[in-house]
Design a protein around this ligand. Structure first.
Ligand code: AHR
Length: 555
């Protein structure tokens, strides 16, 4: 263990911003960077000083912001996969469902969470899905073999049911399009079905089905993971880029207001990582608004089961974002385009246990138990870290989806009698509830530990947000698995003193998980409200913890 060696000359000619600290930890062993190499506004980057103690200092200044937060940063995902839709949100035979067949307890939970946008219907599923199978009279809908998950889809739940469900829970749809077996013409037809008021073939079909009002779906994903050999309809980057461009143009003719997301790389593990993104964007940059990224992290393989490394893995997501943005901006330069793309991190989570064999093979059953990952405390800590990463990059990541929402790699698990909250529910719900307004460019000066292939990792990771009416929220991940850590929060402008809420997620056992037998084994606890004196707030965060503190504006 050593102090993060960020040493600055008194001249103040060298500055650092927190994202740079992270990028620096990830990208190289050099610890000193010049202000003009920081991608945030150098004018707002403070000089850090070296303190020869073990206290972690978090410097916060409400004038130093990264970006306003787009609420869609806290979206989620529901795929026709396993028990996400059938048995999850839709279960017409259940005593817990309403007259539409929607599970009332699940709707209540999602409403309460306030999820702003939910991606649907896939995922790998979408690349073989014919949306026409899922609309119209239910008795006429075919029972179709979903080849992505070797499962049977009764099509009793389709586009119109999804729109009704979104309205009922107060969320926006993020619609996925089939660019695998599907054609650009079919993609544009779905836009017409959803968004045109009347008087055209597909809008009139929607009306005939009983839905007079257009849904006005704004965000659309042009396919899913088309770089992956596992994907139905997988193709080369250039082929996909041309197809995405064609689909985007046709969709634009139908509704020019749609926001379109092209498929980026499925992750850094892909041999075509970044090259795929570049080639795709060379074809369709001018026609799209965002590029997608996906990432699933696990405490196996790369970490070898080392939990200290596992809880640092969100830093690899910072790197993935930086690298993908570099490609977007490279292509922007090639094209001399005035437009800057944003990123849609539309699948992210911990996922590594239920990932092979029967956990991914539906054996041609309806609503099979697939990808039913059970999450433990360390997973929740990393999910907290991943949320910190997303917030830290909120200037360019405008949409992100926790994958997924119900039963399938999800924060909520159902059975016939009810539901329980998995450990990862809590950091996600805190972000939804408390991360509001704008993200602040906090600077962190903290002791570090060594992680193989990652260089020095800060024990403390953190981010802060502030609303227009002065509510400041701070999220802190303590990666030290054995020791509590002293925190000194240094308020560089107006100190906040009055704590509104203060909670911590921690425990003795990193592997502890919730279940129907013990639904509250891992849950947030009240955290002593820290006091502020002379512009500094001092407190201790427990070992293995994720903490959230919110202050209001009163002095
Ligand atoms: O979310 C589960 C699967 O993971 C999705 O279907 C696919 O897009 C990704 O590989």
């Amino acid at each position: 263990m050593r102090l993060q060696a960020i040493v600055y000359p008194a001249s103040g000619s060298v500055h650092l911003c927190p994202a740079t600290v992270v990028a620096e930890n990830v990208l190289s062993s050099r610890k000193i960077r010049r202000a003009n190499s920081c991608h945030h506004d150098a004018g707002f980057c403070n000089t850090l000083r070296l303190y020869a103690d073990q206290t972690a200092r978090i410097f916060i200044d409400s004038r130093r912001s990264i970006s306003p937060i787009d609420r869609n940063l806290f979206g989620s995902f529901l795929e026709h996969l396993g028990r996400a839709i059938y048995d999850g949100i839709y279960d017409p035979g259940s005593k817990l469902s309403d007259s539409n067949g929607f599970r009332k307890d699940v709707m209540q939970e999602i409403k309460q969470l306030g999820v702003p946008i939910i991606r649907y219907p896939g995922g790998n599923f979408v690349s073989g899905y014919n949306w026409l199978d899922g609309v119209g009279p239910k008795q006429d809908r075919p029972r179709v073999l979903d080849k992505a998950w070797n499962s049977m889809n009764t099509n009793q739940f389709g586009t119109d049911e999804y729109m009704a469900w979104c309205k009922a829970v107060g969320t926006e749809p993020l619609m996925g399009l089939n660019l695998g077996t599907g054609t650009p013409e079919q993609a544009a037809a779905l836009v017409e079905y959803c968004n045109v008021d009347r008087g055209t073939k597909w809008s009139d079909l929607r009306r005939k089905h009983g839905y007079a009002e257009p849904y006005k779906v704004k965000h659309w994903c042009l396919g899913n993971e088309m770089d992956g050999p596992w994907q139905i309809g997988h193709m080369t980057a250039t082929e996909y880029g041309i197809k995405a461009q064609d689909a985007a143009r046709q969709m634009g003719y139908v509704d020019h207001s749609v926001q379109l997301i092209a498929c980026g790389s499925s992750g850094p593990f892909m041999p075509t990582y970044l090259e795929w993104d570049r080639e795709v964007l060379e074809q369709c940059y001018d026609y799209v608004d965002g590029l997608s990224l996906h990432r699933y992290l696990g405490n196996n393989g790369e970490t070898g089961g080392n939990s200290s490394k596992f809880v640092a893995m969100n830093l690899t997501m910072d790197r993935q974002i930086a690298e993908t943005l570099a490609v977007c901006d490279l292509v922007r330069g090639h094209k001399r385009s005035p437009k800057q793309l944003w990123l849609s991190f539309d699948e992210w989570n911990v996922w590594y246990r239920a990932r092979s064999g029967d956990a991914v093979d539906g054996h041609r059953q309806e609503a099979p138990h697939l990808l039913e990952e059970i999450y433990n405390l360390e997973d929740a800590l990393l999910v907290g870290g991943m949320l910190i990463t997303l917030l830290r990059n909120a200037d360019r990541v405008k949409v992100a989806c926790l994958a997924q929402l119900i039963n399938v790699i999800a924060p909520i698990t159902t059975n016939a009698n009810g539901l329980f909250r998995q450990t990862i529910y809590y950091p996600y719900s805190w972000a939804l509830q408390y991360a509001r307004g704008k993200v602040l460019n906090v600077m962190i000066e903290a002791p570090t530990y060594d992680v193989e292939k990652m260089d020095a990792v800060s024990y403390i990771d953190a981010i802060a947000t502030v609303t227009d009416d002065g509510k400041t929220s701070l999220f802190i991940l303590n990666r030290d698995l054995s020791k509590a850590r002293q925190i000194e929060l240094v308020w560089e402008d107006k100190p906040a003193t009055h704590v509104l809420v203060s909670q911590v997620l921690t425990g003795d056992d990193l592997k502890a998980a919730n279940g129907f037998d013990a639904p509250e084994r891992v849950k947030p606890q009240a955290f002593d409200k820290p006091s502020t004196t002379n512009g500094r707030t001092r407190f201790e965060v427990p070992a293995r913890s994720y903490t959230m503190i919110q202050w209001d504006a009163s002095a």
